[in-house]
Design a protein. Structure first.
Length: 393
């Protein structure tokens, strides 16, 4: 039995090493592509179409207002408007939006109260009711806690100068509190997962699959024409991974999806262990449901646990420690190359010592994700099947 475990864990560890090399290759290719695009834009007038930003909101998060305000400070050559959608006029976010309108009177900001519940996904239900109010031919959707740079719209919308592009999406990093009780271990592990697991996975998939074939909810920019040809938002009202499904539908409609070089920030709350587990398992089961075969291979990417198990199975042979050392080196190289180099996430340097713990937890959630189809989202429990969610209980 020990020999069999030794062989299997050796293969899994080597497979993880190959994945790390692929992630490094993907990061290098993405960086070069972004530089070439930026150089081309510097020598030609940028494409700056008029765009409507749709932001469904619910409640107030710790750093939400700063993120909302960052959208109002755009240095953009075209016209833009920001539409906020709430499910109730009593939502606490309404006061924050009123404050935003007072602080930025020259910015076209409107509030849409979405009284209908058109499907299981409250987010998509709100978007469906907001979309008819949009004035412009391009739509950009992102979450309420997203914080962007003043050149965000300029860099994202420039890709639509190519008429074959139907959607532009972007990577993101998580921001925790800098100190105090809000800086929990679980929040730090969450941000580490985004920058050293999720982002490398996206770049590896982009390199392996010859492009991006999905959307990331931190930025979903699209032409209204592409969205209409893809069937609109109506088919997504019961979807949990609406960003992924939206990207797939736009690609099937004959358009390209581009991953731009702009990186946005999302706020990571002061997770307790329960909140962290609920979010991680929802994330894992969403990925499992959206990309079944790719997700099955995701377990290989947690190479540190496999290398440690390999050391135990081999009786702590010298060669197994050498393999473990190579794995740790490769894992750190990916964390620095993607987390720091591509995303610019300085928190990776602060928390890099947590990588082994993150990998052990990650492989645990990966295995646990196959045990059930139930997820918890905004305090509600749902069953996930074939991309659709239904309420439980």
């Amino acid at each position: 039995m020990a020999t069999a475990v030794e062989i299997v864990t050796t293969l899994l560890t080597v497979g993880g090493m190959v994945y790390m090399l692929l992630a490094l290759w993907g990061a290098r290719d993405f960086t070069h592509t972004c530089r070439r695009f930026a150089a081309a834009q510097a020598n030609a007038p940028g494409f700056a179409p008029d765009v409507t930003i749709l932001k469904p909101v619910k409640g107030v998060d710790a750093r939400m207002y700063a993120g909302l305000a960052s959208h109002c400070r755009q240095q953009y050559a075209g016209r833009f408007e920001i539409l906020f959608g709430v499910s109730s006029a009593d939502d606490p976010a309404v006061e924050e939006i009123s404050r935003l309108q007072r602080e930025f009177p020259k910015c076209d900001i409107r509030l849409i109260v979405c009284l209908q519940r058109l499907g299981t996904s409250g987010k998509v239900s709100n978007l469906l009711q907001m979309l008819p109010e949009a004035k412009y031919p391009y739509i950009l959707i992102n979450d309420s806690d997203i914080r962007v740079s003043p050149r965000y719209l300029t860099r994202v919308m420039a890709y639509f100068g190519n008429p074959k592009v139907g959607m532009v999406t972007a990577l993101f990093l998580g921001r925790t509190a800098t100190q105090g009780p809000a800086l929990t271990l679980w929040a730090r592990l969450e941000t580490l997962a985004i920058s050293t697991d999720f982002a490398p996975g996206v770049l590896a998939a982009r390199r392996l699959e010859g492009g991006v074939h999905f959307g990331l909810g931190a930025t979903l920019a699209m032409s209204r024409e592409a969205l209409t040809r893809a069937g609109g938002l109506e088919p997504l009202v019961d979807s949990l991974a609406d960003d992924n499904e939206m990207g797939l539908r736009i690609e099937r409609a004959g358009y390209r999806i581009e991953l731009c070089g702009e990186v946005v920030e999302t706020t990571v709350p002061a997770y307790c262990v329960r909140d962290f587990c609920e979010h991680q398992i929802r994330w894992a089961r969403t990925l499992r449901d959206a990309r079944r075969w790719g997700y099955l291979g995701l377990g290989v990417t947690y190479c540190i646990p496999w290398a440690v198990l390999n050391c135990v199975a081999s009786g702590f042979a010298l060669w197994s420690f050498s393999l473990l050392s190579l794995v740790v080196l490769a894992r750190v190289a990916v964390a620095l190359s993607v987390g720091v180099g591509v995303l610019g996430d300085d928190q990776v340097l602060r928390d890099i010592w947590l990588l082994p713990l993150r990998d052990f937890i990650g492989v645990g959630f990966w295995a646990w994700s196959f045990a059930s189809d139930t997820v918890v989202w905004r305090g509600e429990r749902f069953r996930l099947h074939n991309g659709k969610i239904s309420r439980v209980g």
